[in-house]
Design a protein around this ligand. Structure first.
Ligand SMILES: Cc1cc2nc3c(=O)[nH]c(=O)nc-3n(C[C@H](O)[C@H](O)[C@H](O)COP(=O)(O)OP(=O)(O)OC[C@H]3O[C@@H](n4cnc5c(N)ncnc54)[C@H](O)[C@@H]3O)c2cc1C
Length: 287
């Protein structure tokens, strides 16, 4: 199949891009790496009237460090972050699982966050790390925290006239340990379940835990572990894995059953936490 007819614009400034988005509203789509948008258009699952190609917009390809963490502009490619390392351990651990070298060469980190696939790695990384998106429209700027960003499969809190100009991911401190594990049918596939964990271990005691799952709900899901503390031992990993398996609400779909996903949640959460709580533990990269 071929895409339905569409207009194409290649603005060179953010203001120009925002003007086009404001003018065409819901008919316009931002084109970043095109790795999700273009296949959808070719299959006529999406029929935008206008593509606003942001690849030549000045200032969107930058990578900087701010007080909040690593800031990646909207056209920074996944491959570039993987190559250079990010300083955020969970992002570095998850990126090799996103697609293939070919899709990562074009695909952007921000584009993956905006596409909001519930099984995608990067939205769950954003949730587990507590990152945020910087969003602009002709009406002004705002910051959307990861926990507020996702509204459902393929739906975010961004309005049709808003452009995500950058993402900020908190950098690791000396106390941070993180791991990403996922289970998929074939290399390069979206996972059936993916799990990201970030813990802070101070003087042998775990004093902060974040666990988030991809592929389980229609948005990235944070396992309710608030307030859990403990010695960095396997009992804590087991306790959190049981909470995750009990509290998750997966559904059957064409890729697998809810029961299978629940087993994957329990296993991957436990293994990911064992990996960070006892870094010497032998854990396979994928279940
Ligand atoms: C063969 C193949 C395998 C894949 N495997 C995986 C995988 O394992 N894991 C995974 O997560 N993904 C996978 N994907 C999907 C894809 O790699 C990501 O979704 C992609 O990288 C998204 O980034 P992009 O820059 O290409 O976004 P695009 O395709 O350009 O855009 C995606 C959507 O986000 C919107 N958007 C993009 N940038 C912005 C912005 N700055 N502001 C507002 N809206 C914006 C677009 O309008 C569009 O709706 C795969 C894709 C292919 C083709």
């Amino acid at each position: 199949m071929k895409p339905a007819p569409f207009d194409y614009a290649c603005p060179s400034t953010i203001d120009e891009a925002l003007g086009l988005l404001a003018e065409r509203g819901a008919a316009a789509r931002v084109l970043a790496g095109g790795q999700s948008l273009l296949p959808r258009m070719a299959l006529r699952q999406d029929r935008p009237g206008l593509l606003v190609d942001v690849n030549r917009v000045a200032g969107l390809g930058t990578r900087t460090t701010t007080g909040q963490g690593l800031r990646l502009g909207a056209t920074v490619r996944q491959a570039a972050v993987l190559r250079a390392g990010s300083g955020a351990g969970l992002l570095d651990a998850a990126l090799p699982w996103v697609g293939s070298p070919g899709t990562r060469a074009r695909g952007t980190v921000v584009g993956s966050l905006c596409f909001a696939d519930p099984a995608a790695e990067l939205p769950t990384v954003l949730l587990a790390t507590g990152g945020s998106l910087e969003v602009r429209s002709a009406g002004g700027n705002r910051t959307v925290e990861a926990a507020e960003l996702y509204r459902g499969a393929g739906r975010t809190a961004l309005a049709a006239d808003e452009l995500a100009v950058a993402v900020t991911v908190p950098l690791d401190t000396a106390d941070t340990r993180s791991a990403w594990l996922e289970f998929g049918r074939r290399p390069g596939d979206l996972p059936l379940v993916g799990v990201g964990v970030v813990v802070r271990v101070h003087a042998g005691v775990v004093d902060a835990v974040r666990v988030a799952c991809a592929g389980v709900h229609d948005v990235p899901w944070a396992v309710p572990v608030a307030g859990l503390r403990g010695a960095g031992d396997p009992a804590l990993a087991q306790e959190i894995a049981e909470i995750a398996a009990r509290e998750c609400r997966p559904t059957d779909d064409e890729r697998t059953t809810a029961a299978h996903r629940r087993v994957l949640v329990r296993t991957l959460v436990r293994r990911a936490l064992e990996r960070v709580l006892r870094p010497d533990t032998e854990v396979p990269g994928a279940a």
